[in-house]
Every structure is written in C-alpha cells, then in structure tokens.
Design a protein around this ligand. Structure first.
Ligand code: HEC
Length: 125
C-alpha cells in the first residue's frame, strides 16, 4: 500500500492555498470541534468503533483498517483518500460509494474543509 508522506500533503495544501482554493482554507482547530459529529463512530487513535479509526485516513486506501467492520462496497471502491474524494464522500457518502454504511453527510463546504484539515494533522497510529 502506498502512503503519501504528511509533509507532501502539507506542502501540496500550501500550494493549493496559494492558488486560492477554498478547500485549502480548512481550519483544523475548528475541524477538531466539528469532529464531535464523527466521534460517536470514529476515533483518531488506534481504536475502531462502529466505524474505522480516522487516524492517518488521508492518503490511506479506503476500507483497509485492520479489524474494522466495513461494507463490501468501501474496500471495493479502490479509493485512496485525498482532499477531493473526502470532500465528495462527506457531502454524500452513498453517492460516491453506493452501498456504503457510512451515512453522515456534511452539507456545509467549509465544515468539510475544516474536518479534512483536522484529519490531515493526525498521523496513522
Ligand atoms: C453513525 C456512525 C458514523 C458517524 C457518526 C460517522 N461515520 Fe464515518 N463511517 C462509519 C462507518 C460504519 C464507516 C464504514 C463504511 C463502510 O464500510 O462502507 C465509515 C467510514 C468512514 C470513512 C472511510 C474510512 C476508511 O477507512 O476508508 C471516512 C473518511 C469517514 N467515515 C469519515 C467520517 C467523518 C469525517 C465523520 C464526521 C463528520 C463521520 N465519518 C461520521 C460510521 C460513521
């Protein structure tokens, strides 16, 4: 499995910032607060709950946390999580991955950017 180094992700998000992308404006501190909407089912440690740990999720292949309970659809999706596909997944999970058991939608684009920025700060356990 290929992992994207965090430094590379940070560098590319800085470049996106320079290009004026709204998505790169994510506020990780606010994202941490918003994570309360996820923490019923997800941790950012090495623990799985109803959903897989989200520590190190950016750059990870979808559906590959050991011991996590996944639908058939998510591991079969072939997705490697990055800003863009996380943004569409969080907009409407079942639209990006029909058959996924992740149901939570974040309709607000800034909230999505903030949560993604927060998730990027958490390395794999
Ligand atoms: C009610 C429980 C629940 C909540 C709340 C929830 N999720 Fe999930 N999430 C899941 C489940 C279950 C899966 C596994 C889906 C599958 O296998 O199809 C998942 C999968 C994911 C994945 C894919 C992980 C991987 O290893 O491929 C991401 C990313 C994700 N959730 C992000 C979030 C974020 C961000 C939030 C908060 C805004 C959130 N989830 C809230 C249950 C939840």
């Amino acid at each position: 499995m290929r992992r994207i180094p965090l430094s590379l992700l940070l560098a590319s998000s800085l470049m996106l910032g320079a290009a004026g992308s709204a998505r790169a404006d994510g506020d990780a501190a606010h994202g941490k607060t918003l994570f309360s909407r996820c923490s019923t089912c997800h941790t950012v440690t090495n623990q799985n709950k109803v959903g897989p740990t989200l520590a190190g999720v950016v750059g990870r292949k979808a559906g590959t946390v050991e011991g996590a309970r996944y639908s058939k659809a998510l591991p079969a999706s072939g997705i490697v999580w990055d800003d863009q596909n996380l943004d569409s997944f969080l907009t409407d999970p079942a639209k990006l991955v029909p058959g996924t058991t992740m149901m939570v939608k974040l309709p607000n684009a800034q909230d999505r950017a903030d949560i993604i920025a927060y998730l990027k700060t958490i390395p794999a356990p």
